[in-house]
Design a protein around this ligand. Sequence first.
Ligand SMILES: Nc1ncnc2c1ncn2[C@@H]1O[C@H](COP(=O)(O)OP(=O)(O)OP(=O)(O)O)[C@@H](O)[C@H]1O
Ligand SMILES: [Mg+2]
Length: 191
Amino acid sequence: MLARSLAVQGLISGLKTVILDTDPQGTVVSWSRRRQAAAPAVMGLGSRGIGETLSDFAKRGADLVFIDTPPHAQPVINLAASVADAALLVTGPYPEDLEQVSVVVGIVQNLNKPAGIVLNKTPSRAHALALARAALTTFNLPLCPTAITQLVAHPYASAEGMSAQEWETDSRAAVELAELWGWVQKCLLVG
Ligand SMILES: Nc1ncnc2c1ncn2[C@@H]1O[C@H](COP(=O)(O)OP(=O)(O)OP(=O)(O)O)[C@@H](O)[C@H]1O
Ligand SMILES: [Mg+2]
């Protein structure tokens, strides 16, 4: 959801963004089939390697490529992390979510590239969020100050091949995505 939403937010701010969906589930590719708008371009990995696909995007004038990866520690996460300029780790707020993210933290910390974490699907209850924030400080990676709240705007938008800020402009979901995009630009897309 965040790969799609950030790619749309990039488009809104005037960048030619594309998404490379490396997840065999292909949920971003399916989303793009439901989508009316042509941009952002979405491509599955297919039989070509990540490097070759990225240079193809560069030749076609892409400003920014989002590589969506499978949720668990699979070899493609190592590959994606090695070719990417930066990594954004997305995690839910609960102990099981945080356990999963620790493996990916290990992968990106070894690469010495800009990396950060964002909490997604957070409940409105402040206590759960505070516990998750505290647990994430142990990873020593910057944490986006805006957590992305669990809101129906996200799946509703997705059903229409849209992102929440297109589906409901000025909604809480839209505001949070804009804040996340600002933080990503400042902390991860440096240089
Ligand atoms: N903040 C949110 N609020 C409500 N629903 C959300 C939120 N984030 C994601 N979802 C919904 O949860 C489902 C899975 O989300 P998402 O695709 O982001 O997760 P994922 O971890 O990448 O899962 P997958 O294994 O399917 O790739 C989707 O239906 C999506 O619309
Ligand atoms: Mg996914």
